[in-house]
Design a protein around this ligand. Structure first.
Ligand code: NAP
Ligand code: GDD
Length: 358
C-alpha cells in the first residue's frame, strides 16, 4: 500500500518541492489549497493529473488554516500516514502589518491541525515547519538548544506553534517533529522575499522592463540554502524511529549586500548603478545574524546540503532570465545536473494554470 501524505501549503515553494519529492517516492499526496479568485496552483501544475484518470496520485482539497472544523473533516477523509504542515502567512515584514492574522494562521493553524489529528485518533506522523526566525537576536551559531528570542509577530507565532508541537508529542505521544529550517531559496521562491526580488529584478533590468531595485536593510545576514534539499530533510525527520526536533541549514552566512553583489556580478552588471534603499522595506525589529549549527541533522539524518551560496545565486538568476525568455548566463542548469537535482524536482516554473477544478 502506498503511503498517504497530507501537505498544507502545497502551493508554496516548499510544498511544491515536497509534493514532487513524495510522488517520486511513491506516495499518494493530498494537498490543502485556498480558494482564490485566480489560480494559485502554478507551482504544482507540472505534478497534476486529472483525479478521474487511473493512476492519479495527487489530490487537492479546498480549505483554510483558520477553519478548524474543515481541517478536522479533511483528516478523517484522507487518513494520512504523514502530515507535513507547511501552510503559513510566511512573510516576516507582512507580519508587522497583519499581526493578528499571522497569529491566527501561522500560530493557531498549527494548534488546529494538531487537535484534528488528536481527536481523529489517526496515527499520523506530524511535521511542523518551524523557523530560524524564532531565534531572533540569539547569537549564532544556533542549534536545537539555542533559546528563542522572537523579533516579529511571525516569529512569535512560530514559537507558539513550536511549543504546541512539542506539547502534543509529550502529552499525547504523537510522532511530531519541529524542523527548524534556516532560509532556503529557489526559482520558486515567492517574489517578495529578498533573494527572489533581487534575481527577478536583474532579469527585468536586462529585459529593459525595470530601471532600479529598491531594497531595505542590506546588512542583515542569513544562512541561505537550496529549497529542494531542505524538503528531503523534512521527510527524513518523519522516517526516524523517534520524533525529534532538527535544525536545518548550511552553516555559512552572507549579507543581503553580498547576495546582491554576487547576483549582479554574475550577469556582468554594476549593482551600485541599480540599487537604491527604501525605508518601506526596513522592519521595526530586525534579525541581524542567522547561522545554523546542523550537527544533529548531519549525524542522525545523514543530511548534508550540497548547493553552495554562489551556486544558489546562479541557479536563481538563470531561472529568472529563462522565465523572461532571455538567454541565461548558463551555469545554473549545469550546477543542478552536477548535483543530481535537475530532473525529479522540475525546476522550471510552469506558467499555465491548472485546468478545471481540483
Ligand atoms: P510560502 O511559499 O509562502 O508558502 C506558504 C503556503 O501556505 C502557500 O501554499 C499558501 O497558500 C499557504 N497558506 C497561507 N495562508 C494560508 C491559509 N490561511 N490557509 C491555508 N493555506 C495558507 O512558504 P515556503 O517558503 O514554502 O515555506 C513553507 C513553510 O516553512 C512556511 O510555514 C514558512 O513559514 C516555513 N519556513 C520557511 C522558510 C524558508 O526559508 N522558505 C524557512 C523556515 C520556515 P497560497 O499559495 O494560496 O498563498
Ligand atoms: N523581503 C525583503 N524585501 N527583505 C529585505 C529587503 C526587501 O526589499 N531588503 C532587505 N531585506 C532583508 C530583510 O530585512 C531580512 O533581513 C533579509 O533581507 C531576508 O528577508 P526575507 O527574504 O524576507 O526573509 P526572512 O529572513 O525575513 O524570512 C524568511 O526566512 C525565515 C527563516 O529564517 C521567510 O521564508 C520566513 O518564512 C522564514 O521563516
Amino acid at each position: 500500500m502506498a503511503k498517504r501524505a497530507l501537505v498544507t501549503g502545497i502551493t508554496g515553494q516548499d510544498g511544491s518541492y515536497l509534493a514532487g519529492f513524495l510522488l517520486g517516492k511513491g506516495y499518494e499526496v493530498h494537498g490543502l489549497i485556498r480558494k482564490a479568485s485566480t489560480f494559485n496552483t502554478y507551482r504544482i501544475e507540472h505534478l497534476f493529473a486529472d483525479p478521474h484518470e487511473p493512476g492519479a496520485r495527487m489530490f487537492l482539497h479546498y480549505g483554510d488554516l483558520s477553519d478548524g472544523s474543515q481541517l478536522s473533516h479533511l483528516l478523517y477523509e484522507v487518513e494520512p500516514d504523514e502530515v507535513y504542515h507547511l501552510g503559513a502567512q510566511s512573510h516576516v515584514r507582512v507580519s508587522f502589518d497583519m499581526p493578528e492574522y499571522t497569529a491566527d494562521v501561522t500560530g493557531l493553524g498549527t494548534a488546529r491541525i494538531l487537535e484534528a489529528i488528536r481527536r481523529s485518533g489517526i496515527k499520523a506522523k506530524f511535521y511542523q515547519a518551524a523557523s530560524s526566525e524564532m531565534f531572533g537576536n540569539t547569537p549564532p551559531p544556533q542549534n536545537e538548544d539555542s533559546p528563542f528570542r522572537p523579533r516579529s509577530p511571525y516569529a512569535a507565532a512560530k514559537v507558539y506553534a513550536y511549543w504546541m508541537t512539542s506539547n502534543y508529542r509529550e502529552a499525547y505521544d504523537l510522532f511530531a517533529c519541529n524542523g527548524i529550517l534556516f532560509n532556503h531559496e529557489s526559482p520558486r521562491r515567492g517574489e517578495t522575499f529578498v533573494t527572489r526580488k533581487v534575481t527577478r529584478a536583474i532579469a527585468h533590468i536586462i529585459a529593459g522592463n525595470q530601471r532600479l531595485l529598491f531594497l531595505g536593510n542590506l546588512e542583515a545576514k542569513r544562512d541561505w540554502g537550496f529549497a529542494p534539499e531542505y524538503v528531503e530533510a523534512m521527510w527524513l525527520m518523519l522516517q526516524q524511529d523517534e520524533p525529534r526536533d532538527y535544525v536545518i541549514g548550511t552553516g555559512e552566512c552572507h549579507s543581503v549586500r553580498e547576495f546582491v553583489e554576487e547576483a549582479f556580478n554574475y550577469v556582468g552588471l554594476d549593482w551600485d548603478q541599480y540599487l537604491r534603499t527604501d525605508p518601506r522595506y526596513f522592519r521595526p525589529t530586525e534579525v541581524d545574524l542567522l547561522v545554523a549549527d546542523a550537527t544533529r541533522a548531519r549525524r542522525e539524518l545523514g543530511w548534508d546540503p550540497r548547493v553552495t551560496f554562489k551556486q544558489l545565486v546562479r541557479i536563481m538568476v538563470d531561472a529568472d532570465m529563462e522565465a523572461l525568455g532571455l538567454t541565461p548566463v548558463g551555469e545554473g542548469k549545469a550546477i543542478l545536473r552536477k548535483n543530481g537535482l535537475d530532473d525529479p524536482f522540475q525546476l522550471s516554473i510552469a506558467l499555465e494554470p491548472l485546468r478545471g477544478e481540483p
